[in-house]
Design a protein around this ligand. Structure first.
Ligand SMILES: Cc1cc2nc3c(=O)[nH]c(=O)nc-3n(C[C@H](O)[C@H](O)[C@H](O)COP(=O)(O)OP(=O)(O)OC[C@H]3O[C@@H](n4cnc5c(N)ncnc54)[C@H](O)[C@@H]3O)c2cc1C
Length: 456
C-alpha cells in the first residue's frame, strides 16, 4: 500500500499518532523494529505500545489532577491508548492501571485491523530525506537512527543518563525560611530583579543529619544494560557525591559561600551570614511556578526522597511536580530544535512525538503522539493548525516542550499544574486544582468545537 505518511516507532506515541491519522483517512506506514529482528534493552515482547515498566497510567481523577485531566482530553479525541486502557483496566483505586498484555494486544488489534495502517516490522536507520514523517522511537531509540538524528539536529549527543532532579511547586515552598538571591549577587541580562535562586539554609546539625539521610536512604539499582551509558555532562547522583565524604557536598551543590542569609544577621554581617550549607532551587519554567533542586539528581527511591527532602528548611510541605531519577534516555533539546508543531526546524517534513521530544511518562508520550498525528493530518489537509490553548493539559505540555522550558537545562517533564498559566485573580490554594481543571475543560471544549469534527 502506498502511504501518505511514515511513522517510525510503534510504541505509545507512534501507535497513537497512527490511529489519529488513519481515522482521518490517511494511509500510514508504521515501522516497528521489534518483531523484525531487533529489540530494545527494556522491552520484552514484539507487541505495539508495550509498557516497559509499571502498568499504571497514574491518576484518573480529572477534577483535581493534571494527568487525569490529560486522560479526559485524550478520551475526547478518541485516543486509542485510552480506549485500549479501558479494555485492559484493572482495579487501582483512583488510578488507572492496566493489564499490560491485554493493553498491548488491544492496541495492536485496533491498528492492524485498520485498513489505513500497514505495520512493517523493520528498523529504520536514517531520517527520511522527504515525505511526511513522524519519529516516535522513544527513550531507547536504536543507535543508527539516533546518530542520524544527531546529524540532522546538530546536537552532540542524544543518549545519556538522564539526570533528573526533583522539581518543586513554588507555592509549596515556605518563603519565611528561604530567600531569593544569586550567589555573589551575580546577574545576567536574563536575571530576575532579586536574584535567580531560592536558597534554603541549613545549620551544621541539619546538614549532618541530611548527609546521613542521603547515605542511609534506600536506592534503586542500575539495570545491567544501563551500566555502559555515560552520565550526562558528568552529572553525579547526590548520594554518590555524599558517599565521598561529609564535606563533599558543602564544596559542591550545597556550598553556602556568597549567599547572605537574611534570617541570620549580626552587627558584623548586617546583610546576613553565609549559611553552613544550602539547598538551592532554580526556576524551571517561564511561568515561575516550578523550581528545580539544583544538583539533586538522585537514585533514592521515591518514598525516601520525599521523606528526606521535606527535612530541608522551607521544604517541609513541599509538593513535588516530579521526583528525582536517573535512567538512560534519548531526547531532543526540543525548545531549540523543534517548532511549535513538533517539526524539526531544519527539516520540517519530520515531526517528533513521544518521550524523544522531552515529555516524560506513558500518558504524556501518547498525548504528544496524538497531537503530532492531528497536526500532520491538518497539514496534509492544507489547513492551518489551531493551537491548543495553554490552559489545557495538552496545550500546557506542548508549550513546555516546544518553547517555554528553559532550553539550557531542558529535562523530560511530566504533565503537572505548574505548567499551566497561573490565575490572574487570587484562587485559594484548596480550590486551585479544581479551578485549573474547570478552566481547562471549558477551554478545551471551545477548541474542540472550532476543530473540524472527524467521523469515527
Ligand atoms: C526503563 C524505562 C522505564 C520506564 N518506566 C516508565 C513507567 O513506569 N511509567 C511511565 O509512565 N513511563 C515510564 N518510562 C518512560 C516512558 O513513558 C516510556 O518509555 C514510554 O514507553 C515512551 O513512549 P514512546 O512511544 O515515546 O516510546 P516507546 O514506547 O519506547 O516506543 C518507541 C518504539 O520505537 C521502536 N524503535 C526504536 N528505534 C527504532 C528504529 N530505529 N526503527 C524502528 N523502530 C524503532 C521501539 O522498539 C519502540 O517500540 C520508562 C522509560 C524507560 C526507558
Amino acid at each position: 500500500m502506498a502511504h501518505d505518511i511514515h511513522i517510525i516507532g510503534g510504541g505509545l506515541a507512534g501507535s497513537e499518532a497512527a490511529w489519529q491519522l488513519a481515522r482521518r483517512g490517511y494511509k500510514v506506514r508504521l515501522s516497528e523494529m521489534r518483531g523484525g529482528g531487533d529489540m530494545t534493552p527494556a522491552h520484552q515482547t514484539d507487541g505495539l505500545a508495550e509498557l516497559v515498566c509499571s502498568n499504571s497510567f497514574r491518576s484518573d481523577d480529572d477534577e483535581k489532577n493534571a494527568v487525569g485531566l490529560l486522560h479526559h482530553e485524550m478520551r475526547r479525541l478518541d485516543s486509542i491508548v485510552m480506549q485500549a486502557g479501558e479494555v485492559a483496566r484493572v482495579p487501582a483505586g483512583s488510578a488507572m492501571a492496566v493489564d499490560r498484555d491485554i493493553f498491548s494486544a488491544e492496541v495492536q488489534r485496533a491498528l492492524t485491523e485498520h485498513p489505513n495502517i500497514t505495520v512493517v516490522r523493520e528498523r529504520v536507520d536514517a531520517l527520511p530525506d522527504s515525505g511526511p514523517t513522524i519519529v516516535a522511537t522513544g527513550p531507547l531509540t536504536a543507535q543508527s537512527l539516533a546518530e542520524s538524528i544527531v546529524t540532522a539536529t546538530g546536537s552532540d549527543r542524544l543518549a545519556f543518563f538522564d539526570a533528573i532532579a526533583p522539581i518543586v511547586h513554588r507555592d509549596s515552598i515556605d518563603m519565611s525560611k528561604c530567600w531569593i538571591q544569586s550567589r555573589w549577587n551575580k546577574r545576567t541580562e536574563a536575571s530576575n530583579e532579586d536574584g535567580d535562586y531560592i536558597n534554603c539554609p541549613m545549620t551544621k546539625e541539619q546538614y549532618e543529619a541530611f548527609h546521613q539521610g542521603l547515605i542511609d536512604g534506600e536506592k534503586t539499582e542500575f539495570r545491567e544494560w544501563e551500566k555502559d551509558t555515560p552520565y550526562f555532562e558528568g552529572c553525579m547522583p547526590i548520594e554518590v557525591m555524599a558517599a565521598r565524604g561529609v564535606e563533599t557536598l558543602r564544596y559542591g551543590p550545597m556550598k553556602g559561600v556568597g549567599l547572605d542569609n537574611p534570617y541570620d544577621t549580626t552587627e558584623e554581617h548586617p546583610q546576613g551570614r553565609w549559611p553552613y550549607a544550602v539547598v538551592q532551587l532554580r526556576q524551571d519554567n517561564k511561568l515561575g511556578t516550578l523550581w528545580n533542586m539544583v544538583g539533586f539528581q538522585t537514585k533514592l527511591k521515591y518514598g525516601a526522597q520525599i521523606e528526606l527532602f521535606r527535612t530541608i528548611p522551607g521544604l517541609e510541605n513541599a509538593e513535588f511536580a516530579r521526583l528525582g531519577g536517573l535512567h538512560r534516555n534519548t531526547f531532543l533539546n526540543s525548545p531549540v530544535v523543534l517548532d511549535r508543531q513538533l517539526r524539526l526546524n531544519k527539516a520540517p517534513h519530520i515531526r517528533f512525538a513521544g518521550q524523544v521530544t522531552g515529555c516524560e511518562g506513558y500518558v504524556e508520550s501518547a498525548a504528544v503522539g496524538l497531537m503530532a498525528g492531528m497536526m500532520a493530518a491538518e497539514e496534509m489537509a492544507g489547513r492551518d493548525w489551531t493551537p491548543l490553548p495553554r490552559e489545557t493539559a495538552m496545550g500546557a505540555l506542548l508549550s513546555h516542550i516546544t518553547g517555554d522550558a528553559d532550553a539550557t537545562h531542558f529535562q523530560p517533564m511530566n504533565v503537572n499544574f505548574g505548567l499551566f498559566p497561573p490565575f490572574e485573580e487570587r484562587v485559594h490554594k484548596k480550590a486551585r486544582k479544581e479551578a485549573y481543571t474547570n478552566r481547562a475543560k471549558e477551554s478545551f471544549g471551545r477548541w474542540l468545537e472550532g476543530m473540524e469534527r472527524v467521523p469515527a
